[in-house]
Design a protein around this ligand. Sequence first.
Ligand SMILES: Nc1nc2c(ncn2[C@@H]2O[C@H](COP(=O)(O)OP(=O)(O)OP(=O)(O)O)[C@@H](O)[C@H]2O)c(=O)[nH]1
Ligand SMILES: [Mg+2]
Ligand SMILES: [Zn+2]
Length: 335
Amino acid sequence: MTTGRYSDHDHEHYERPRRRTRPRTKDRPTYDDAVDARVVTVDRGRFTLLFEGRRVMAMKSRPLGRKGVVVGDHVRVVGDMSGVDGSLARIVEVVPRTTTLRRTADDDDPVERVIVSNADQLVVVTALADPEPRPRLIDRALVAAYDAGMAPLLCLTKADLADPETLLSTYRSLGVPWVVTQLRGEGAGDLGELLDRLRGRTSVLVGHSGVGKSTLVNALIPDAHREVGIVNAVTGRGRHTSTSAYLLELPRGDGWIIDTPGIRSFGLAHVQPENLIEAFPDLDEMIETCPRGCSHGTGEPECGLDEAVLAGQADPDRVESFRRLLAAREASSDW
Ligand SMILES: Nc1nc2c(ncn2[C@@H]2O[C@H](COP(=O)(O)OP(=O)(O)OP(=O)(O)O)[C@@H](O)[C@H]2O)c(=O)[nH]1
Ligand SMILES: [Mg+2]
Ligand SMILES: [Zn+2]
């Protein structure tokens, strides 16, 4: 017992009492000397980190256990941070993530995975042609963005090949911001609008193989040297040129961008309707009158959304868009 020199309250400031049975050498080290770095890419259990402008290789250290480390993570690191060939630092801690982009386990991949962390914007990259745009992919990606609390941005590429109007008309009532880009053909090159939207944030590019994600990254970041593929003229598919997610810093430290491999499928079963409707603040309060267990989908009896439309309190286009996304969540995971 204390002799009165310290109050009980002060005791709480102590570190966990040291157990005498535990040999000293096994005491958990405190990582006062750890430095902050960010995960650029992951390759077979080895991590490339960015630290003071240079790339440093690292591995996970034991205290992390099975905890995953993903592209975009802010990490605390000890050891050799020189970045010279053969050097290997150790990641000792993952800083709590602000966002995670996840995919549910599905036929393609039986494990639920975090794809990237700490991105605040999801850029849904869709080619206007070559490969043909697939609106269901866009819907599914928007669901993933809203669920993850990330701002969506629609980026329509290859404007030299087709007109964006038809596609854009589908997305107007969702209020999703969009940019159109063209990096080939006459008049190619202006990325000012896209750059404005990327400034000061971490953006992750997602979309089918061959839509031009890596081409965009190369155009935005002159020394990115991302490998670019070709689209098969017969199948209209890309060749999955990029094979792992990769984080890059925009010129002048103006933000971060994460290039990802073309996605074949994207499981969304983890997404709850309640989370999705939060992305529709104008509809959110209309569901207060719904019967318990209402999914707010088309045909749900007495759904508050239908009542709100009938009463002229909700925009029918918005309700329809919300329900389209809700249905996209339940559809098969193929993009
Ligand atoms: N016509 C046209 N072609 C483009 C444009 N942007 C990119 N491409 C072409 O599209 C093809 C695929 O580009 P990538 O950047 O490798 O596509 P990706 O999305 O990174 O593909 P994955 O890494 O496989 O997921 C390349 O042949 C590019 O030259 C564009 O604006 N117009
Ligand atoms: Mg690529
Ligand atoms: Zn409802």
